[in-house]
Design a protein around this ligand. Structure first.
Ligand SMILES: [Zn+2]
Length: 114
């Protein structure tokens, strides 16, 4: 937990936000600035700054994040038609909150990369 981290504050309950999924090890919220009709964020409760900081020990939480992305896609009604998951990593990616999170995007035909 890092007090200055927005997602850590959401994870601890210090900041209350509507959660699409609220699991012991992760939670899912809707992006406040969606880039598609459906756009969710899968966020592990444990603070991992970026994908570059992922180590072997994080394997289980990454698997759980994939499962949560599937569940979120079902809740958002985009599971059957397909969707995209993505990690942004620093700099040019536009990453703004340095706490690992997976974007789940869909609900329209997506371009090759965005
Ligand atoms: Zn954090």
């Amino acid at each position: 937990m890092q007090d200055d981290c927005l997602f850590c504050r959401m994870a601890s309950g210090a900041m209350d936000v509507p959660k699409l999924l609220d699991w012991p090890d992760l939670f899912v919220i809707r992006d406040i600035n969606p880039r598609a009709p459906a756009h969710c964020l899968v966020i592990p409760r444990r603070h991992i700054p970026t994908m570059d900081d992922v180590r072997d020990e994080h394997g289980p939480i990454l698997a759980r994040m994939c499962q949560a992305a599937s569940e979120a896609a079902k809740i958002e009604g985009i599971f059957d038609r397909g969707y995209r998951v993505a990690f942004n990593v620093r700099g040019d990616s536009g990453m703004t909150i340095f706490h690992l999170h997976m974007h789940v995007v869909g609900g329209r035909k997506l371009g090759p990369e965005g």
